[in-house]
Every structure is written in C-alpha cells, then in structure tokens.
Design a binder for this molecule. Structure first.
Ligand SMILES: Nc1ncnc2c1ncn2[C@@H]1O[C@H](COP(=O)(O)OP(=O)(O)OP(=O)(O)O)[C@@H](O)[C@H]1O
Length: 296
C-alpha cells in the first residue's frame, strides 16, 4: 500500500524548547489518525512539519515520498487550521473560487458547498457567517484540491451537536475514498468515535500509537465500581488508583491500573467488598493515565 507520509526520527526545537522529540510516524491511505496530547505536547508543530510550514531540526519528513515543501506534495494536501477562511468581505462563493484558481482540477463550487452544507450561504459574506459556518467553509477550502492528505486541527470545535455529527460523517466518507486524514483534537470521545488509530504526544514524544481498544488494553486501566466499608481516602491512596468519586449511598467509582492488587489489599485489610463491577476504561481514562504527571 502506498504511504502517504512518513516521519523518521523527527525532532523540532525552538530556542532550547524541544517541541517534537524523536518521532517516527507513518500515515497510510484510507486512515483516520487522531493526534492527541495535552496543551503544548507538540501537535501543532508536528502538523506544521507535515504541511511543510516548518522544517524539522533533525530527522526527515516525507509526504508522497517528497519533502512536504515540494509543490507536487503540497498540491495533494489540504488543511483546515484554526481561522483559515480568508478576507471577511468576500462572499462564500468568491472565497471558494479564489482557492479553486490554485488547483488545475478543482472540485466544482456546487459540489463543495453541498458537501459542507453551505449551498444556501453562497452569497453570504464570510464576516457574516457563524463560527460553525466558518469552520465548514474552512473545510470546503481544504477540500478544493481534492487532497489525498487532509489535516484537520480541531475541526469540530465551533460546531453544535448535530453539525459535529454531520462533519464526522463527512470525515469518514472522505477516508473511505482512500485519503489519509489527520485530526488534532482535545475531544477524546470524538477521537474514539472517528479514528482508526490514535497517536498520543506528551512533551513532544510519541507515547502511544495504536487503535483505541489497543491503547486502553495496553494502558491496562479499568473502571471499577464497588461498595466497601473501607474509607474512600484509603482506597484513593492505593497505588495506581485515580479519579475516585463516591455517591451519597457510599458507592465508590474509580480508575485503577491494578484491579486485582486493590481487591487483594482490601480483603487482606479485612474490608468488605460488595456489588463489584470492573470494566475496561475508555480512551479518556487511558489518555489521562498515560499523560499523568508524577505527583510532586
Ligand atoms: N514558535 C515557537 N517559538 C517557541 N516555542 C514554541 C513555538 N511554537 C511552539 N513552541 C513550543 O513548543 C511546544 C509545543 O507546542 P505546540 O504548539 O506544538 O503544542 P500543541 O500540542 O499544539 O499545544 P495546544 O494543544 O496547546 O495547541 C510548546 O512548549 C510551545 O510553547
């Protein structure tokens, strides 16, 4: 299968700050990859290098086998970054037409506007669009050149619930046409919902790269519910336990990296345990465990 892009041992520093640290990454056609990480983890820097907007300090980035700055590579990429809709005085149609001039075989205006559900806003000035409409226009611009690699930076941030659903469906349809899609997001449910693969960055390093289920399994966190006579504080202090909450009837819910160890400790301390449930945690819990800073 053709490779869309490849990072080989890529590092990027900014005057002493290591923004991206020795990252290897491959993107393939038809894949939706969610890029996750806390603020400052290096997501934007990584995407900028993928788009050829920044050079790596060390290592190599290739898109379609070329440096991403090559014109032939750029012609096959589309990006929806924050606030990229152009002059506010132009209409929606004029803005798309302006972008169409950049591509020899641009997607027709009507098709693009239908895809992002802006057909009835063609004559509206960009400055008069709502935040969600602007975001959809930005997607239309990213899709104008029918890109094989689509980079989306928090694409659903300004969308309402229904708009978000529709956009995620559009993203899935685009991937089904063999495009590679990279999506930076802080919305972990969204990543879990739409992505085939999840890449987690932390302090510039790639600390996970796998399907959601695989990450949850590897991190080994479980969501546990139980009723016990042990004090909540005692349970919370047990190694590997996080996110403890207790309901008014004394039932505890928590995340643990060692369900068996916790149960063993409760029993050997003579505590009772009732109504126990243990389930695999979700991506959000796995992510929090992965990116947790050690206590000071
Ligand atoms: N132009 C720059 N000059 C100096 N430092 C920078 C520059 N751009 C990024 N950095 C630093 O590099 C690190 C990674 O930043 P980056 O913007 O890539 O993170 P991010 O994961 O996109 O964060 P966020 O989720 O907040 O958007 C941060 O410590 C940031 O302060």
């Amino acid at each position: 299968m053709e490779e869309i892009a490849r990072f080989t041992d890529v590092t990027r520093t900014f005057r002493g700050t290591v923004a991206v640290d020795s990252v290897d990454l491959i993107l393939r056609p038809g894949e939706i990859v969610a890029l996750l990480g806390p603020n400052g983890a290096g997501k934007s820097t990584l995407l900028d290098m993928l788009l050829g907007l920044r050079d790596p300090s060390a290592g190599t980035v290739r898109a379609f086998g070329m440096p991403p700055t090559a014109r032939r590579a750029r012609a096959r990429m589309g990006a929806m970054l924050q606030d990229t809709t152009g002059p506010v005085g132009l209409t929606v149609a004029e803005t798309v037409q302006l972008t169409q001039h950049l591509y020899p075989q641009a997607t027709p205006l009507a098709e693009l506007l239908a895809l992002v559900e802006l057909s009835d806003k063609a004559g509206r000035r960009v400055g008069e669009l709502s935040g969600g409409e602007r975001q959809r226009l930005s997607l239309a611009l990213a899709l104008t050149g029918s890109p094989d690699l689509l980079v989306l930076d928090e694409p659903t941030a300004a969308l309402d619930v229904a708009g978000r659903r529709r956009l995620l469906r559009t993203i899935r349809d685009l991937a089904a046409q063999d495009r590679a899609i990279v999506l930076a997001t802080h919305d972990l449910r969204e990543a879990q919902e739409v992505a085939d693969r999840v890449v987690v960055l932390h302090h510039g390093r790639k600390i996970a790269d796998a399907s959601t289920q695989e990450i949850v399994r590897r991190v080994g966190v479980s969501r546990m519910q139980l009723t016990t006579d042990a004090p909540a504080a005692w349970v919370a202090n047990f190694l590997g336990v996080t996110e403890v909450s207790s309901s008014s009837d004394g039932r505890l819910e928590l995340l643990t990296a060692d369900a068996e160890g916790l149960l063993g400790a409760l029993f050997s301390a003579g505590h009772q345990v009732r109504d126990l449930t243990v389930a695999d945690a979700d991506l959000e819990s796995a992510f929090l465990t992965l990116t947790q800073e050690p206590a000071a």
